[in-house]
Design a protein around this ligand. Structure first.
Ligand code: AHM
Ligand code: MG
Length: 333
């Protein structure tokens, strides 16, 4: 027996505070939690059940899919299509909107997700995770099209991610702070272990893929150079650096001890504004980070204010401890 609050209890108690809530949202969130537990199990068993390695297919962005990318996407669809809460789903691993099959009832929410973020790390046994965002379907829409999903991040009803690391952790926000839950494998339930997570406003830790340095713009060059100069440089203190190449792991670290994460605009591929995708990476993570007291920007504008132009649109991402994000933004002015 655990003595803490289970995620089920937590979600139901949140629902009670919302007047007139039908329970639809609670039930949707429960299905998402179940999907994450299934994915956690598959990730954990890895080579034992033959799920590592490439699926020998490509997704819409031309990235080679891993077997676990495809499996996780299927798990998310199967867990969430049947219950009648959704008018459509969209994911990193599917070119177009996933229509709810005709035999199932439709609902008022839209679900967008990255089924397995950081999948380049799967085969080397480094943390990966699932990111999701819930939006409301526009009034009267039961069979959502791509344009119905293109709502700014400020419209998100809920955002969360599961992190499959040494522990499996679920981080959630519904716009009322951020809470973290740890999966107790012995009872198969997430238990509230990190209530009201807050990102410290200041930090001496930054995360960026330095192999792209020659492609960065001047403001990011300046910021990183000043951090690297340490105690005798303009910042007057030493900075530490981390790069996991799993956004879920970086954001969790920042929620735990602060930090700044950057996948900025660069000139590596002039056709791409950044690497990370707005709808199922940048927006949900921005919602979580802001709810924990942090900030999130492209360097030029608040990410959650962006009007999305496509399901798989890429954006520059600079997020984390507020004062550092604001410093990088000020260098862009
Ligand atoms: P993915 O969704 O295909 O895994 O890509 C997103 C990941 C992020 O988790 C991470 O921050 C970034 O890509 C790492 O990119 P890089 O390999 O260029 O350092
Ligand atoms: Mg991803």
């Amino acid at each position: 027996m655990h003595n803490g609050t289970s995620i089920t209890q937590f979600i139901i108690e949140e629902q009670r505070r919302i007047k007139g809530a039908s329970g639809d949202f609670t039930s949707l969130l429960n299905d998402i939690v179940t999907a994450c537990k299934v994915i956690s199990g598959a990730v954990n068993k890895g080579a034992l059940i033959g799920v590592l390695g490439s699926a020998e297919s490509e997704n819409v962005q031309g990235e080679t899919q891993k077997k676990l990318d495809v499996i996780s996407n299927d798990v998310f669809i199967k867990s969430n299509e049947w219950a009648g809460h959704l008018a459509g789903m969209a994911s990193e691993e599917m070119d177009d909107v996933y229509k709810i099959p005709s035999q199932y009832p439709k609902g008022k929410y839209l679900l967008v997700f990255d089924p397995l973020d950081g999948s380049s790390n799967i085969d080397v046994n480094i943390s990966v995770g699932t990111i999701f965002s819930i939006l409301r379907a526009p009034e009267g829409v039961t069979d959502a099209k791509a344009e119905d999903f293109l709502q700014p991040g400020t419209q998100q009803v809920c955002a969360g991610f599961a992190l499959y690391g040494p522990s499996t952790i679920m981080v959630l926000t519904t716009g009322n702070g951020v809470n973290g839950f740890t999966l107790d494998q012995s009872i198969g339930e997430f238990v509230l272990t990190h209530p009201n997570m807050k990102i410290p406003a200041d930090t001496s830790e930054f995360a960026i893929n330095a192999s792209n340095q020659r492609f960065w713009e001047a403001p990011v060059q300046r910021y990183v150079e000043e951090c690297l100069a340490g105690k005798t440089g303009p910042r007057g203190r030493n900075f530490n650096m981390r790069w996991v190449a799993s956004m879920v792991a970086e954001v969790y670290r920042i929620l735990t001890r602060g930090g700044i994460f950057m996948y900025p605009k660069d000139t590596k591929d002039p056709g791409k504004a950044g690497k990370l995708r707005l709808m199922y990476e940048a927006n949900p993570m921005s919602f979580i980070v802001e709810q924990a007291g942090g900030a999130s920007s492209t360097g030029r504008e608040r990410i959650m204010d962006l009007q999305p132009e496509g399901l798989h649109q890429r954006v520059p991402v600079i997020l984390g401890s507020k004062n550092e994000v604001e410093k990088v933004v000020s260098y862009h002015k």
